[in-house]
Design a protein around this ligand. Structure first.
Ligand code: HEM
Ligand code: HEM
Ligand code: HEM
Length: 459
């Protein structure tokens, strides 16, 4: 594990050059530190520029963040990550609760000279022009107990210039207080680099999301490579997490249930198989994207979602095998076997567990509420369709005589759903090798509701 000796050295060098007023705190000792300087003029007026620095071991964190406030909700949050090109991206966000803090451009920030990745350390020297107040609260620039929060996520660096990149939930958090009366610096200038002055080029409502400068000196090091608020510019790859979420939602909340409905409603086994095979392939594509995301963010087999998801996905491998075994047994014998029930119930349970796990994934990813709503609507619609289809099947069954029905129910299962979807519903009539009494048992089905052909079964 990389210990921050270089960071310490660099930090002490920086502190040596900084104004004596700069004070700091390390949310993770030796690995993730922040420090702050408040110009006397700002302290006196209660508003204006403040400067803070965030440093972390570059290749160890997916992202690090600090914020002003006591808890996530209502905090003014700054998330930092490397941009993949030696620079730092700062993303200004508003904490709205225990979910992904939403990007916002009200906070006016600039990355100053000295920012970038050097010697394995990510450094962000930040000028904030209006940090004294934000929509969720305010900060007394002379406060003796100014409230701050911090959070971090270990894993591969995000490496994106996108200021609204999706971040996954922190491993850990910290809340701390700073006596800002101890943090005053005489000059309104970048206190973290010798001789640097404050930024002058960005006093509008512009949020410099990315900075290209690592230079030092008067103004010269201030580079604003990406202005225009939190909108994405270049450098952001495809949103693997989003692709994962969409594919898995399609597989578990849409296609698997649809395939299961098809076997009950349309009763052509090959439609069922076609749909389930598409879902099965999609599921593995979803696994691939989920695996890559998890590896990149350091969550692989470390959180419930990835562990449980892997169990569900792997367990699904048995399902086509069980389906085929059922199919061949049924063709031969005309009845369900234990393997049929295994296929039916194992499939239902895995679908349900997968859908639940998707909800866990959405929560772990801190996904926007709209995602959760869309997911819940799709899952609920599939659930309603499944139940409705069971009812329709039940009503169809209601057409048979009482005697037949009691036979059917008695033969198959006390469970009404299973009885409703029994093999006789698909009109399987087989000859070879089938037990005669059993065959008789199911004969009413084909008499009442059509031939084997109707259900796609060939003998
Ligand atoms: C995907 C984004 C995020 C999600 C889903 C999330 C979710 C949560 C949840 C569920 C908790 C309460 C339980 C726990 O500690 O695990 C929490 C606490 C906390 N989070 Fe986050 N968080 C996110 C990002 C952030 C960021 C960027 C910060 C920045 C500083 C932050 C700071 C904190 C702090 C300080 C706490 C403890 C105080 C509190 O309960 O609010 N979080 N977060
Ligand atoms: C039952 C199977 C699964 C379903 C239905 C599912 C679904 C989802 C959904 C809907 C999200 C939210 C995506 C977003 O907000 O854009 C998500 C997040 C995520 N999924 Fe999955 N997923 C499954 C299995 C897996 C597996 C097997 C892995 C990795 C091995 C994985 C890795 C992830 C990761 C890393 C996230 C981000 C949140 C986190 O760090 O846990 N998922 N998943
Ligand atoms: C991943 C793949 C598969 C999944 C997830 C799956 C899932 C299911 C589920 C949940 C049911 C029960 C539907 C219900 O009544 O609620 C079912 C029934 C059925 N499946 Fe599959 N299946 C898959 C593959 C197959 C294959 C490969 C075959 C045949 C070659 C097959 C043949 C059948 C048949 C014939 C039924 C009706 C069983 C009966 O009601 O007696 N399935 N499947």
């Amino acid at each position: 594990m990389k210990i921050l000796n270089p960071l310490l050295a660099a930090a002490s060098a920086l502190f040596a050059t900084a104004s004596a007023g700069v004070i700091g705190h390390c949310p993770v000792q030796d690995k993730f530190c922040m420090s702050i300087g408040v110009p006397e003029s700002s302290a006196a007026s209660g508003s204006g520029n403040i400067y803070f620095q965030v440093q972390s071991v570059a290749d160890q964190y997916s992202w690090v963040a600090v914020g002003t406030g006591t808890i996530m909700s209502g905090s003014n949050i700054f998330v930092f990550y490397t941009d993949g090109a030696g620079n730092v991206t700062v993303s200004t966000r508003r904490g709205t609760g225990h979910t992904l803090p939403q990007p916002q451009s009200d906070t006016r920030v600039q990355l100053l000279a000295g920012s970038g990745v050097a010697n394995g350390i990510m450094t962000a020297n930040v000028l904030c022009q209006n940090c004294e107040s934000w929509s969720g609260g305010q900060m007394d620039l002379q406060g003796k107990s100014s409230a701050w929060i911090a959070a971090w996520r270990e894993g591969s660096p995000l490496n994106t210039q996108s200021a609204d990149a999706r971040i996954t939930q922190h491993q850990d958090t910290d809340t701390f207080r700073i006596d800002l009366t101890q943090a005053t610096v005489t000059q309104d200038a970048n206190p973290f680099v010798t001789g640097a002055a404050a930024g002058t080029g960005n006093n509008g409502n512009t949020n410099s999301g990315n900075n290209s400068g690592t230079g030092a000196g008067n103004n010269g090091g201030i580079g604003v490579g990406n202005t225009g608020g939190t909108s994405s510019t270049s450098g952001s790859g495809p949103d693997m997490l989003l692709i994962h979420g969409v594919i898995m939602t399609a597989a578990f909340a849409l296609l698997y249930p649809l395939g299961s409905i098809l076997i009950v409603l349309v009763r052509k086994w090959y439609f069922h198989v076609a749909c389930q095979v598409v879902a099965f392939i999609a599921m593995w594509a979803g696994f691939g994207t989920g695996y890559t995301t998890a590896r990149n963010t350091g969550t692989l087999f470390k959180d419930g979602h990835t562990i449980f998801g892997t169990v569900v996905v792997s367990a699904m491998v048995l399902q086509p095998i069980l389906g085929s075994l059922h199919h061949h047994y049924f063709k031969k014998n005309g009845t369900r076997s234990p393997v049929s029930y295994a296929h039916i119930w194992y499939g239902r349970v895995l679908m349900l567990l997968g859908i639940v796990n998707g909800g866990v994934g959405l929560r772990a990813a801190g996904s926007p509420q709209t995602f959760t709503i869309v997911y819940a609507v799709i899952a609920a619609m599939s659930g309603v369709a499944y139940v409705a289809c069971a009812l329709v099947a039940g009503m169809r069954k209601g057409g048979g005589s009482g005697a037949e029905r009691s036979k059917e129910d008695g033969s198959y299962s006390p469970n009404s759903a299973t009885a409703d979807f029994g093999p006789n519903r698909y009109g399987y009539q087989t000859g070879q090798g089938a037990d005669t009494s059993r065959n008789q048992q199911y004969q009413f089905q084909s008499r009442g509701r059509g031939s084997d052909e109707q259900y796609g079964w060939t003998r």
